[in-house]
Design a protein around this ligand. Structure first.
Ligand SMILES: [Zn+2]
Length: 341
C-alpha cells in the first residue's frame, strides 16, 4: 500500500527558536504549510491563520513577537502558517499556484487535501474563535471582513476597527469555512512593510488574549458594508494605470485605468466619475460580477467614446494597483453601507 503523504505539517509546542524566524525563513525551517499547537493558560484555543498570502507578513510578525515574550500565552493557540513557499519568496502566491484563501470549499489536488486535513484538525477541537490575518493590497484603511453577520462576529470585528465588510463571495475563503465551527473574522491590517500594520496586529492579539468570552456588538457602533460587486479586468486585456504613464493617456494599451480611484477606497464616489479609458468595447475589457456571479457590468459602468465612467454612486474598496493581485483576484470591490433599521 502506498504511504499517504500529508500536506500538513503538525508541530506541538515548538521551540522558542521558531519565533525568531522571519516569514521568509519559515519554509526552510518547517518544510511547508504547518499547524502549530501552543498550550496556553486556558482553553479552548484561539485559531489564527496567516500567510495564506505569502507576502502578507504582519500576522507572523505579531505572533512571533507575542510568543517570544509569552511562551505560555494567556489562551491556547492553534496557528496555521499557510503558503510558506510563496512566503520564502515574498510573493502573494507562486506563478501557477492556487490562491490559499480560495481553497476552503471544493478544492482539489494538493491544496484540496491540505484544506481537508486542516479542517479535520479544527473539527476535532472546541475553538474559542478564529482570526485570519491579512495585509491590505491597496491603499485602504484597516478593517475586518465578515462572512456572517452575528453579534459575535460583529463583536470580534469591533475589537479591531469600526469598519467591517460583509462578503458573501468568493465562498471559498477560510473564514467562511471556519465560521461553521466558531465565531470567525478576517482582518486586513494595513499595507505590508508599514510598521503600524504590525503594531496594530500585535495590539489586537493582546486584546484577544485578554478576552474571557466573545464580545457582542450590534450594528450601532460598526460601519458595516456589503460587497455588491467585484470588478475584474478580462484575462486577455493589457492594462495600465494613468498615473504610471506620465500623462501619455492615448497610448495603444487596451485599457487605461484611473489610478486615482485607489485614493478613494471606502469613500462614496458619485455616478459619472471617470474610471477607465479603452478603445475596445467595455464588455471586452472589464467585467463586474455580483455576489451570485451574475454579470452586472452595465449596472455599475458605462462607456461613451472610450471613456468608462461609473453608472451609479459606489464605494470602492480594496482597489489595488498591484498587477499580480488584479490578475489573480480582482481590481476592486464595490460596497454599499448596510444601513441599520
Ligand atoms: Zn491576503
Amino acid at each position: 500500500m502506498a504511504a499517504v503523504v500529508s500536506a500538513l505539517n503538525v508541530l506541538r509546542n515548538p521551540d522558542a527558536e521558531l519565533f525568531q524566524c522571519p516569514s521568509t525563513a519559515l519554509l526552510a525551517k518547517l518544510g511547508g504549510p504547518t499547524l502549530l499547537y501552543i498550550q496556553g493558560e486556558q482553553d479552548p484555543p484561539l485559531f489564527i491563520s496567516t500567510l495564506l498570502h505569502g507576502n502578507e507578513t504582519s500576522g507572523w510578525a505579531a505572533l512571533s513577537q507575542y510568543l517570544s515574550h509569552n511562551p505560555k500565552p494567556k489562551r491556547s493557540l492553534i496557528i496555521f502558517l499557510g503558503n510558506l513557499t510563496a512566503a520564502a519568496q515574498s510573493v502573494r502566491s507562486l506563478p501557477g499556484q492556487v490562491d490559499y484563501n480560495r481553497i476552503w470549499k471544493d478544492a482539489t489536488g494538493y491544496e484540496g487535501g491540505l484544506a481537508a486535513e486542516l479542517m479535520a484538525h479544527l473539527q476535532a477541537t472546541e475553538l474559542f474563535a478564529a482570526l485570519d490575518i491579512h495585509n491590505n493590497t491597496g491603499r485602504n484603511p484597516h478593517y475586518s471582513v465578515l462572512t456572517s453577520i452575528t453579534p459575535e462576529s460583529m463583536g470580534l470585528a469591533y475589537l479591531f476597527s469600526d469598519k467591517a465588510i460583509y462578503v458573501e463571495e468568493p465562498d471559498t475563503v477560510m473564514t467562511r469555512a471556519v465560521h461553521t465551527l466558531c465565531p470567525a473574522t478576517t482582518i486586513e491590517v494595513g499595507p505590508v512593510g508599514d510598521l503600524q500594520s504590525d503594531i496594530r496586529t500585535f495590539e489586537l492579539l493582546q486584546r484577544y488574549m485578554d478576552l474571557q468570552e466573545i464580545p457582542q456588538q450590534d450594528r450601532s457602533n460598526l460601519r458595516l458594508y456589503q460587497a455588491v460587486g467585484r470588478i475584474h479586468v478580462m484575462d486577455d486585456i493589457d492594462f495600465d494605470f494613468a498615473d504610471e504613464m506620465n500623462g501619455a493617456r492615448l497610448a495603444t494599451d487596451d485599457l487605461i485605468l484611473t489610478a486615482g480611484m485607489e485614493a478613494v477606497n471606502f469613500h462614496a464616489v458619485p455616478a459619472g466619475t471617470e474610471f477607465a479609458f479603452t478603445r475596445r468595447p467595455l464588455h471586452h475589457t472589464l467585467r463586474v460580477v455580483d455576489p451570485s456571479h451574475k454579470d452586472v457590468t452595465d449596472t455599475f459602468l458605462t462607456e461613451l467614446h472610450g471613456d468608462v465612467s461609473l453608472q451609479r454612486n459606489v464605494i470602492p474598496a480594496m482597489y489595488t494597483l498591484d498587477h499580480d493581485v488584479i490578475r489573480q483576484d480582482c481590481l476592486c470591490y464595490l460596497l454599499e453601507e448596510i444601513v441599520m433599521r
